[in-house]
Design a protein around this ligand. Structure first.
Ligand code: ADP
Ligand code: MG
Length: 140
């Protein structure tokens, strides 16, 4: 447990916080973390496929930004950080990956949409119900 942690990120402050907590936990368990961002079809289908490269580049920069913010703690704790950008339905991809590749998921309950009235966002809701590995929900 916590040897191989999946940390889905959307660039929100909450996702940065969950990545930071993931580093802390990984450091204590001699684990590593994998940051994942999934670009939704709705983000590129309307704008045309030629923009995927630009959107992907933005997503990679977003992840690099998060790594920049947490890398000192990671280095101090000897935590390896890897990252990945995929295309598709975020929740479906995270559930699929939870079936074999990771021993835990650390995810914030809220993200970019920022609708305060509901307790879980669309992605965290599906993950907490359908992931195939333990999920640590980082509440605001
Ligand atoms: N496209 C995505 N790719 C990877 N992780 C995501 C994505 N969207 C959201 N997440 C993760 O899920 C968390 C909760 O976000 P979400 O469920 O979408 O709530 P909200 O409705 O507030 O945006 C985020 O902090 C982030 O860690
Ligand atoms: Mg969201």
């Amino acid at each position: 447990m916590f040897k191989n942690i999946l940390v889905p990120v959307d660039g929100s402050d909450q996702s940065v916080r969950s990545a930071r907590i993931a580093v802390e936990i990984a450091a204590k368990h001699e684990g590593k973390i994998h940051l994942l961002h999934t670009i939704r079809p709705s983000e590129y289908t309307f704008t045309g496929l030629d923009l995927i490269d630009t959107i992907e580049k933005g997503a990679r920069e977003m992840i690099e930004n998060i790594i920049e913010k947490i890398k000192d703690e990671a280095a101090a704790g000897n935590v390896e950080i890897t990252s990945e950008v995929t295309l598709g339905n975020p929740a479906a991809i995270i559930v699929e990956k939870s079936k074999r590749d990771y021993d835990s998921i650390i995810i914030a309950n809220r993200g970019l949409s920022g609708i305060k009235e509901i307790m879980l966002g669309s992605v965290s809701n599906v993950i907490s119900h359908h992931a195939k590995c333990p999920v640590l929900l980082i509440r605001e």
